[in-house]
Ligand binder design. Structure first.
Ligand SMILES: [Zn+2]
Length: 334
């Protein structure tokens, strides 16, 4: 019996670029419509066509009208095609824009030492946006969908420091998604539709959007700065790893946690740890039962290794089951 032990929401995804077109077939119908409507950036996007689905296709047409948007669409469609989906299959409409990635871990009850991971991502688009904001949100979320790197939350080197850094500064992270939407804005609407967010990071001297400026905006913690400093110390995070952290007013807030991104990432890490520890506990119990039935099992060394990791990662967690750690390891301090 293959059991699915857990589903974990986390930020993640990866992969490449190639050819597109299957993403949203029958698009030629909307071409005329697009050429009229993209000049009306303040129109509610769902009014672009008679149905939500057709309006979404029209939005993709507008995004396709910019060279950067074209690149994003092509890469995202390629990634969707790898799991047999089209671009419109992986985009849903919701109360706010986001990209959800679910990681599932599966294993056979009889062989808890062998695990298989599966990853599924979906993009959600805010139903109440204007045409311009919806196109920019699409560019943003499709960047996450396409390039955000998957990570293994069970790995020994999975740390809160890395989660904060990769969420904000990593491949397909917030900064890259932000730069992508600003490039699209520059290519489609600059001069016709103002985007205060994008003008904040435009570097007049070099004539382009500044990655460094973008990073610093994500670390503006405002009234949360003291909480950040307290947590940073508690979690032994090096101040030098976060040189942009400041008490300047917060500009960007994670829609999941209603917190600035560095703090949202800490919360995310805590949630992930709770889940992975619970899952590991269950897996260790199964392993221990099997070892009790078969003393000479090759699973012994696996149990030892997993028990050590469980002790390292979970000993501070609520509900930590110390009895699951192999006895010899319990004597060792970590
Ligand atoms: Zn984002």
């Amino acid at each position: 019996m293959l059991i699915k032990f857990f589903t974990l929401f986390f930020v993640g995804a990866a992969l490449v670029a190639a050819s597109v077109s299957e993403g949203y077939a029958s698009s030629s119908r909307y071409r005329t419509l697009f050429s009229d409507r993209h000049r009306q950036p303040n129109l509610p996007w769902r009014h672009l066509a008679s149905t939500e689905e057709e309006s979404l296709v029209a939005l993709l047409e507008i995004l396709q009208g910019s060279p950067t948007g074209q690149k994003v669409i092509k890469a995202a469609a390629h990634k969707a095609a790898q799991v047999g989906k089209t671009l419109t299959d992986i985009i849903r409409v919701d109360d706010f824009s986001k990209t959800d990635t679910t990681l599932s871990r599966k294993f056979y009850v009889r062989h808890p030492e062998h695990v298989v991971y599966e990853e599924h991502s979906l993009v959600y688009l805010d139903k109440d946006l204007t045409v311009a904001d919806a196109v920019l949100d699409l560019a943003h979320e499709l960047t996450h969908y396409t390039w955000r790197a998957a990570f293994d939350p069970y790995a020994e080197d999975f740390t809160v420091r890395d989660l904060i850094k990769t969420t904000i500064e990593g491949a397909g992270g917030e900064v890259e998604a932000y730069l992508m939407e600003c490039k699209v804005w520059g290519e489609i609407w600059r001069g016709r539709y103002s985007s205060s967010n994008c003008t904040k990071i435009y570097d007049e001297d070099h004539g382009k959007f500044s990655r460094e400026k973008a990073i610093s905006l994500f670390y503006q913690l405002g009234q949360h700065y003291e909480a950040w400093e307290a947590l940073r110390e508690l979690l032994n995070l090096d101040r030098q790893d976060f040189p942009y952290a400041s008490n300047r007013p917060t500009l960007f807030v994670s829609s999941y946690y209603s917190l600035p991104y560095p703090l949202a990432a800490i919360k995310e890490f805590q949630g992930i740890r709770e889940k992975t520890c619970r899952n590991e506990e269950r897996r260790l119990r199964l392993l221990r039962e099997q070892l009790a039935a078969n003393q000479a099992s090759a699973q012994q060394s696996v149990y030892y290794r997993l028990g050590r990791r469980y002790q390292q990662q979970c000993s501070g967690q609520k509900g930590f089951a110390a009895e699951l750690v192999p006895p010899a390891l319990r004597l060792m301090a970590f």
